[in-house]
Ligand binder design. Structure first.
Ligand code: ADP
Ligand code: MG
Length: 439
């Protein structure tokens, strides 16, 4: 039955979702209305339960299983210790850069912010979809562009070892080109790049403003597209937003599929951390990690997956060195520098919203002109917090509070400072508000 349900599910939720979330499940047993599944990690269990639970339940019932509830439990170690992938045989004279063995589809965690990019990358790795030509991936630093490109390259190598797949950064492309110019061998350069089957150029924003490199890139690009060869490009922003990039290049980059990697969300960060912990446990099964540490990190380190991974690696290293378990205290001590710099930035709008919720007044009254005490006090509290939790200047804060003068803000800050000393309620309000705002 489960096999047939899987087929239906795969159709319903798509191949890549299916591969990521459903195929790792093993139906363990069905009894007394409970279907029990083995899952590789508790994160997968949570995710599946939240996102696909209803569907699975429905299908089980439809197939005659009297199930009312699903249960997910973590099975014994899920895979053999990670074997470093064998590097592909270098194709003679190919100009590419080496691939990172860790950057595969297996190790890429899929969530809402990156699911489109991931699906597109998968599709291109399956080959044949030249309609996605070029595939243009863009997104901020550390969101997985390079990881996805390498994953495509690994997959292509595995499936078609003779395909000439070349991955390199735009910077390396430029150096190659400059070198060819110096050695008066631009013909050789052209021939080399025009003979590849799949070309991947990472961080293409680098060639903006570099005229002759752009020119050469443009010609290489066109030559390959004309031969129906796949091209995959990444950049830190959308093609149209790369300054000093020739218009004709921009428009060519846009004519395939353009997908972006969105900033990570909490669930994705937690999933990535969970995966790292699982991998690490393969080698160090007695790692002890206090409850809440991963959640804390996922909550606090929001910018960049690289920083998130770095934090965890440092924790592991430290815990292994001194043979201690990873507690909340250890985490805070060991990562204080990272936690400080990745502190969540609070905005004035957020402060105004939270403060008006707290005092149960309307947001419009917070910034409006009315001056009665029940409105003025919350407004002063919000100004006070804006001064202390953001880096905005007094005039700026005044402007954002309905165009008030900076002296009004200054007065509010003094007033609240006075009150704090006298009125314990204010002190308590501030403490609560700070906590919700700073997370
Ligand atoms: P970019 O090229 O976008 O700056 P990278 O691809 O170099 O980012 O990713 C930075 C780090 O974060 C890498 O170690 C990568 O493996 C990791 N990473 C990013 N996104 C994911 C993800 N969804 N799942 C697992 N690891 C990820
Ligand atoms: Mg990169």
């Amino acid at each position: 039955t489960w096999g047939r349900i899987c087929e239906t599910l795969e159709q319903a939720i798509g191949k890549s979702n299916f591969a990521t979330w459903i195929s790792p499940l093993k139906l363990h047993s069905v009894s007394q209305g409970v279907a029990r599944f083995d899952v590789p990690t508790s994160f997968v269990g949570d995710w599946v339960s939240r996102n696909f639970g209803d569907q699975i339940l429905r299908h089980l019932v439809r197939h005659g299983e009297p199930v009312q509830r699903l249960e997910f439990s973590v099975a014994a170690p899920r895979r053999a210790p990670v074997q470093p992938a064998r590097p592909p045989e270098p194709v003679a004279d190919m100009p590419g850069a080496p691939l990172d063995a860790r950057f595969t589809f297996d190790s890429f965690v899929v969530g809402k912010p990156n699911e489109l990019a991931h699906a597109a990358a998968r599709r291109v790795a399956e080959g044949g979809a030249v309609s996605f030509n070029p595939l243009f991936l863009y997104g901020g630093v550390g969101l997985g562009k390079t990881h996805l490109m390498h994953a495509i390259a690994w997959d292509l190598h595995k499936k078609s070892p003779h395909l000439r797949v070349v991955y390199l950064s735009a910077e390396q492309f430029m150096y190659r080109f400059v070198q060819a110019l110096r050695e008066r061998d631009t013909m050789g350069f052209k021939e080399l790049f025009r003979s590849v089957d799949v070309l991947m150029v990472d961080d293409v924003q680098f060639i903006a403003g570099k005229d002759s490199t752009q020119e050469e890139f443009f010609h290489t690009f066109n030559a390959l597209v004309d031969q129906n060869k796949q091209i995959i490009i990444s950049a830190d922003r959308a093609p149209g937003e790369i300054k000093d990039l020739e218009e004709r290049i921009k428009s060519r980059l846009q004519c395939g599929l353009v997908v972006d990697l969105h900033p990570t969300d909490y669930e994705l960060r937690l999933g990535i951390l969970q995966q790292k912990v699982d991998d690490y446990r393969q080698q160090y099964p007695d790692l002890v990690l206090a409850d809440g540490v991963l959640e804390f990190l996922a909550h606090r380190i929001v910018t960049n997956v690289r920083v998130l991974e770095g934090a965890l690696t440092r924790l592991f290293a430290f815990a292994t060195l001194v043979g201690r378990e990873i507690t909340m205290d250890l985490t805070q001590d060991c990562l204080s520098d990272i936690l400080r710099t990745s502190e969540r930035k609070v905005t004035i709008e957020e402060i105004q919203r939270k403060v008006s919720e707290h005092y149960n007044i309307r947001l419009s009254d917070m910034i409006g002109p009315r001056r009665q005490r029940t409105l003025a006090r919350p407004r002063q509290v919000a100004m006070y917090l804006s001064k202390h939790l953001t880096e905005r200047s007094l005039p700026e804060i005044g402007r954002r509070f309905g165009g008030r003068d900076h002296t009004t803000v200054m007065h509010a800050v003094r007033k609240i400072d006075e009150l704090r000393a006298a009125d314990s309620q204010i002190e308590e309000d501030l403490r609560l508000l700070r906590r919700t705002l700073e997370g």
